[in-house]
Design a protein around this ligand. Structure first.
Ligand SMILES: [Zn+2]
Length: 142
């Protein structure tokens, strides 16, 4: 667990945290596939949603829905991918449950390119612009 980047407080200080409550964090992905690619995690170290209690699942996905609404309202993408990967074969790269909220824009790329790690050059070009969005999104969570 010590090596888990999402449990490492020093590592998490380098993330753009959009929202935090007692049990969850919402922050920008460090490997964004589009502008606004956001992760929602429980603070509790757990590998997948299969191990969550029903109450924990409810709380996590209430926050996922809130995050999706805020991303959709603020960034105005054409759609959203919302999902979580369990196991290497499914594309899980960090063994701490995280739910992706990925804004999708016309002409970006396919979901298979995301899980295949063929990151869109489009995301890298616009990555700097994400920083400007942090304050706007943090305010929306308030
Ligand atoms: Zn962890």
């Amino acid at each position: 667990m010590k090596k888990c980047p999402f449990c490492n407080k020093n590592n998490m200080k380098s993330h753009e945290i959009l929202h935090e409550d007692d049990n969850h964090l919402v922050f920008f992905s460090k490997e964004p596939v589009t502008v606004g690619h956001t992760l929602v995690i429980p603070k509790k170290h757990i590998k997948s949603m299969l191990a969550l209690t029903d109450k924990e699942t409810d709380k996590l996905f209430e926050l996922v829905k809130k995050t999706a609404r805020i991303i959709h309202k603020t960034l105005k993408p054409n759609g959203l991918d919302i999902g979580t990967n369990y196991g290497r074969i499914a594309g899980q790269s960090i063994d701490h449950l995280h739910v992706h909220v990925i804004p999708r824009y016309k002409g970006d790329f396919t979901f298979l390119q995301i899980v295949g790690k063929n990151l869109s050059p489009y995301a890298k070009v616009l990555k700097g612009d994400e920083i400007k969005l942090v304050d706007k999104l943090r305010a929306a969570f308030a």
